[in-house]
Design a protein around this ligand. Sequence first.
Ligand code: GDP
Length: 310
Amino acid sequence: MRRNDIRNVVIIAHVDHGKTTLVDCLLRQSGQFRDAELKGERILDSNDLERERGITILSKNIAIPYRDVKINLIDTPGHADFGGEVERVVQMADGALVLVDAAEGPMPQTRFVLEKALQAGVRPIVVVNKVDRPDGRPHEALDEALELLAELGGEDQLDNAAYVFASAKEGFATTDPETTSPNMQPLLDLLVDAVPGPEVETEAPLQMLVTTLDWSDYVGRIAIGRITAGAIRSGQNVMLYQKDQQRVAKVGGLFVFDKLGRTPAEQASAGDVIAIEGLENVEIGDTIANAEGGTALPRLSVDEPTLEMI
Ligand code: GDP
C-alpha cells in the first residue's frame, strides 16, 4: 500500500540554479519558522567539508510540513564522480524536483543525476527558477527541460509533465509566468499531488537498506535510509546484514527528518527516511532487519565507498 502522509523527493539542481534559496523559501513559507531561525543560515550547504570541496558529498535531508503531509527533500550529489551515491540516493525517493535556471536552461552535468532518477522510476517535477531574471527565457528553458526528460526517460514523460515557474528569490511559484502568484503554494501542491506517497509494507517484518552514511564525532557512523517494510524502535535489537557477515546490533539514537535537521523519534515505520546512530561499522548497502526472522535486501549494485574519510 502507499502511505499518504509522506512524500520523498530528491532535488536535482546544477550549482547556482537556486537550490539553497528555494529550500529556504519553502521552509519559510511552510509556516513553521520564524525568519530569525533561518537568518544567515544556508541550510543545504551547512557542512564544512562540503563547503571546502564546493560540492555536495553528504546527503542533507530536510522536511517540510504541508497539508498534513511531510515532504522529505533529499539532496543529491551534484557531480557525476559520485555516481554510486546518486544511484543509492534516488532509491529513497518517489519524486524529483528538477531545478532549472530560466536563463541557463538545463546543464549537461545534471543529465547524469536525472537519468539515474528516471531509471529509478521517480516522478519529475520541473521547476524553472529565476523567472524574475531580465535575461530569463522561462518557456524555452521549460521546453529544453521537457526535451531532456523525454530523451532520458522516454516520450511518456511528456504526458502530464508536471512543472512550475518560480522565483525562489522573490518567493513565488506559478504555472503561468505572466501571472505571478504571491507564494510557493503551487509548487508545494504539485509535490503533494503529483508525487506518489511511498510504497510500503507496514505489516511485514522490518527492512531498511542503508543508503547513505553520515558521521558525528560523538556517535561515529550514522546510517541513513528509507524503511521499506515494518517499523523500528530506538533501543531495539536488529539484525545487520553486511557483505560477509550478519550480526545483531542495537539501535542507539533514532531520528526522522524534520524541518532543518533531525529530530529524535521513539519509533518510525515503512516509508520514513531515518537516521540511526549506534550501529558500529555499518556500511552502505547493509540491510537492517528484525533480529529474528529478518531477511536481507539485495545489496546495491554500485557499492564503492564514497565517504573515504569515514
Ligand atoms: P545553489 O548553488 O543551487 O544552492 O544556488 P543558490 O540558492 O545559492 O543561488 C545561487 C545564486 O542565484 C544566488 O546569488 C541567489 O541569490 C540567486 N538566485 C536564487 N534564486 C533566484 C531567483 O529566483 N532569481 C534570481 N534572480 N536569482 C536567484
